[in-house]
Design a protein around this ligand. Sequence first.
Ligand SMILES: Cc1ncc(C[n+]2csc(CCOP(=O)(O)OP(=O)(O)O)c2C)c(N)n1
Ligand code: SF4
Ligand SMILES: [Mg+2]
Length: 298
Amino acid sequence: MTYIDYDDNGLFDSGHVACAGCSEPLSMRVILNAIGNDAIGVVAPSCSAMICGGHPISSVKVPMLHTTLESAAASASGIKRALIARGKPDTTVFCFVGDGGTYDIGLQALSSAAERNEDILYVCFDNEGYMNTGGQKSSSTPLGAVTGSTPGGKTTRKKNMIEILAAHRIPYIATASPSHLNDLRAKFDKAKAIRGTKVLIILIPCIPGWGVADNAAVRTARKAVEAGVFPLFEIEDGVRYRINAGRRDADERIDGYLQEQKRYSHLDPAQIAQLQQEVDGQWARLQQRAAPVEPTLP
Ligand SMILES: Cc1ncc(C[n+]2csc(CCOP(=O)(O)OP(=O)(O)O)c2C)c(N)n1
Ligand code: SF4
Ligand SMILES: [Mg+2]
């Protein structure tokens, strides 16, 4: 077992309102610890907003602006520019946003901030649905998953947000997981030192939304990484890929990951085989992108 190298600086307090067993507060604690206290956060309506809470009983001990679901990246851009104008360019401005606020409702604000290469650190807590409002599907919900608004299972794929972001050629994009906290911590240390737009997408298994046991969030996140469903990787400048963790074996299967969750319990063997094929293809494409490019000309 690997323990996180962890020095708590008290920027995240107990007493928050996350569901018991949720791994989002755990991730938040590590993130805030890495970002430090010279920081201002922007939080969109989501589970993160509930977990952070409002002033004066916020569980986060740096200033947090609660903004609209559409506008986290725009709000953060404005705060950063104001800080620069006031001679404080080193203060980190970060966003806590869900997948609904990232993949769907706040996408235009994020895309324009990325196109302008605003100096912000954008964190998407990806629980693959609109969970704070009861578990509706978002465009991050994967193929086949049952949500409140896809009772028969979603019929389309999860949007490939990473590739959309990579096309913006921003300096840093990474995936991270509460099952790999040292990796998560290292990615925030790295992102903090980079100027420009940084986006980190963190997988958050949702206890009621995915139908996961309340002691299984971290285990489920680990299985997502090890089955190749949610590999951990980084992209620099939209083109340089590095895989940090993924499939344990070349032919690792997704069944163990699916079995942790009720949202997939309706799937028959043919549907599971289709999902397996999707993950196999996605893993192969990622490996191809991360492979060193051999020159084709002498
Ligand atoms: C424009 C707009 N539509 C709907 C809402 C209602 N709403 C508040 S939180 C939320 C869910 C957001 O989902 P996500 O961003 O994935 O965060 P999660 O709750 O899953 O953490 C919704 C739909 C809103 N605040 N603004
Ligand atoms: S609804 Fe899901 S993501 Fe939100 S706090 Fe509860 S377990 Fe965590
Ligand atoms: Mg969500």
